[in-house]
Design a protein around this ligand. Structure first.
Ligand code: XMP
Length: 512
């Protein structure tokens, strides 16, 4: 998707920041791509980048196998911006000094600007920046001007305008660097003269053109899960090829309250998509009868899903293409280094291998925030666009013990209260996931004059960036109280509510 856009490459030196840098560049409406540092320079230049950014990295430039890059990269006209480790690498490779000064700087730091600077032109004399370094640049290479310093970094920013090489010790991509985005914008627009063409409208137009070119007049099917990725992918493909698209929505009966209706309403009533809505709740529940072991639940649900999908696909035997909601982070695996892996995910929950479809992946160049933005632009409702991640096996892994229709009803109602109250408190977008869990045990309580013996509900709410790690959300006590009292009053069969305060690790987000 690079053709009409000015492109900036982000060379990944192995920090967790490469994706963030790429996202910030795109927020400035400039197309960015992440490349491993091991990519040959000629291959990078063949992408005709207008600028190249070196990410930070976890290593010291002085360790034996410190990640590096072919210095030939500085010989070309393409401007380079090194960030943190990237800045140290630039300094070292061009003849400056980088030393272990002892202290290092971690966290918010006051930085002072010196003299004139293209990169920092818009910035005040002093400001708060985010630092995270052990080594420091102690002298800039010949030809470079030192344009800023901080208590722990004599050279906090440097530039050689002649050569088009720039470096910042701080992290302009993180929100804690107050004017960070201005620094990136200065590089993109004043140094690289990029055009800000990466807009939602353009992204949609290009994806639509690409899908049309790929599928021609053939039939396409798309499995809708209710989640944001498959919904946006379906809406895009529908805009591209209209009636050639058939969406298949398998209602497993393990979804949250009203989710199935919402999918139906949005895709059939609003978008007039040809939708096959398979109501398979009974089938899933009977397949799960008597099963308590979590992995076995997953296996049964996966297999049942495949069988149902196969049956539907048999009726759509002329379909040649299958839409997948693969995103950019699924394709680019960050990490840099020699073992940088590019992996391709097939994230339709276990479709059979012998189904021979060509894949249509209209979101494969996009980050999640971009997917949401174009979902809104395509007219999808907020409830779908901002939906939290939801596990494929659904509520089955949130009932601890056997899944029964009654327990599903109880959990669905309690879960709906949690989500509704969170929305009402305006916290839905801040919280990664929030939901109810129903452990199939009973606890004693007292209501009115009588003893009760009913289910507890556990509320789980976590903050996270990527689900690999998570922290329990510090929800306000009065919000928790509202959730708890509504659950007890409105959900029959529940007499106790607890809040899960386990982070990940050691816990997982889901209970099973
Ligand atoms: P855990 O519980 O491992 O979950 O911390 C991490 C993220 O993955 C989701 N999850 C699943 N998603 N199939 C899925 O599609 C699954 O079997 C599954 N199990 C967990 C979970 O909701 C969280 O976002």
């Amino acid at each position: 998707m690079t053709a009409p856009h000015d492109t900036v490459l982000v060379v990944d030196f192995g920090a967790q920041y490469a994706q963030l840098i790429a996202r910030r560049v795109r927020e400035a409406r400039v197309y960015s791509e992440i490349v491993p540092r091991t990519m040959p320079i000629a291959e990078m230049l063949a992408k005709h980048p207008k600028g190249i950014i070196f990410s930070g990295g976890p290593a010291s430039v002085h360790v034996d196998d410190a990640p590096t890059i072919d210095p030939a990269i500085y010989d070309d006209d393409v401007p380079v911006l090194g960030i943190c480790y990237g800045a140290q690498l630039v300094a070292l490779q061009l003849g400056g000094d980088v030393e272990r000064t002892g202290g290092g700087e971690y966290g918010r730091t006051a930085m002072t600007r010196h003299g004139s600077s293209v990169l920092l032109a818009e910035l005040p004399e002093t400001q708060s920046v985010w630092m995270s370094h052990g080594d420091a640049i102690t002298s800039a290479p010949g030809g470079f001007a030192v344009t800023a310093s901080s208590p722990g970094a004599a050279v906090a920013a440097l530039e050689d305008r002649e050569r088009g090489v720039y470096g910042v010790q701080f992290h302009p991509e993180v929100v804690h660097t107050e004017r960070g985005q201005d620094v990136l914008r200065a590089f993109l627009f004043d140094v690289c003269a990029c055009r800000p063409t990466w807009t939602n409208t353009n992204i949609i137009e290009e994806a639509v053109a690409e899908v049309r070119a790929q599928v021609g007049s053939e039939r396409v099917i798309c499995g809708l899960s209710g989640g944001v990725d498959s919904a946006v992918a379906a809406a895009l493909v529908h805009r591209a090829v209209g009636d050639q698209l058939t969406c298949v929505f398998v209602d497993t009966g393990l979804l949250r309250l009203d989710e199935a209706e919402q999918v139906e309403e949005t895709f059939r009533a609003q978008f007039h998509v040809d939708l096959v809505h398979v109501k398979a709740a009974d089938r899933f529940v009977s397949a799960l009868a008597g099963v308590t072991e979590p992995e076995q639940k997953r296996k049964i649900i996966g297999e049942t899903f495949i069988r149902v999908f196969e049956e539907v696909a048999a009726d759509l035997s002329d379909a040649r293409f299958l839409v997948q909601g693969t995103l950019y982070p699924d394709i680019v695996e960050s990490g840099g280094g020699d073992n940088a892996t590019i992996k391709s995910h097939h994230n339709v929950g276990g479709l059979p291998d012998d189904m021979k479809f060509d894949l249509v992946e209209p979101l494969r160049a996009l980050f999640k925030d971009e997917v949401r933005a174009i979902g809104e632009e395509l007219g999808l409702p907020e409830e779908i666009v901002w939906r939290q991640p939801f596990p494929g096996p659904g509520l089955a892994v949130r009932i601890i013990g056997e899944v029964t229709p009654e327990r599903l009803d109880t959990l669905r109602l309690a879960d709906a209260v949690v989500l509704e109250e969170l929305r009402r408190a305006g916290l839905e977008r801040e919280i990664w996931q929030s939901f109810a869990v129903l452990p199939a045990v009973r606890t004693v309580g007292v209501m009115g004059d009588g003893r009760t013996y009913e289910y507890p509900i556990i509320i789980r709410a976590v903050t996270s960036e990527d689900a690999m790690t998570a922290d329990w959300a510090r929800l306000p006590h009065d919000l928790l109280e509202r959730m708890a009292s509504r659950i007890i009053n409105e959900v029959p069969g529940v007499n106790r509510v607890a809040y899960d305060i386990t982070s990940k690790p050691p816990g997982t987000i889901e209970w099973e």
